[in-house]
Design a protein around this ligand. Sequence first.
Ligand code: HEM
Length: 112
Amino acid sequence: MKADTELGGVEIPAGSMLMVRFASANRDEAMFHCPEHFDIERENASDNLAFGQGVHFCLGAQLARKELNVAFEHLIQRTRNWRLTEGKNTLTHWPNLILRGLNDLHISFDKR
Ligand code: HEM
């Protein structure tokens, strides 16, 4: 931080080092109603920061979105009844300061 500032009621003195947490911002209750609730149809869903914001907005965002669209379209066409595989999931997270990912995720599904 180049100058003393205040963010969300917290004083930040000049010289402080800040770490931007995009994933945390996506769960900001001041921004998103019931942020823990997975709702892709929420009114302001497109305000999420998954791809960052501003001059460093992800250059691959359009490609990533297209790839995910194609992948999910085919998965949904060919499979049904997605569920967590019984007895296989620990639902534990790997230690990482930037991303909060599961150690593993076992999914079962049936062929359409
Ligand atoms: C789901 C997939 C992806 C996610 C969630 C993601 C997320 C992000 C985020 C949050 C940033 C901003 C980082 C910052 O502000 O410091 C970023 C930057 C960037 N991303 Fe992605 N990204 C994805 C896929 C891709 C792909 C497929 C490419 C390239 C083919 C790509 C290329 C880049 C580049 C070059 C930047 C740096 C942009 C800059 O600093 O000006 N990303 N990405």
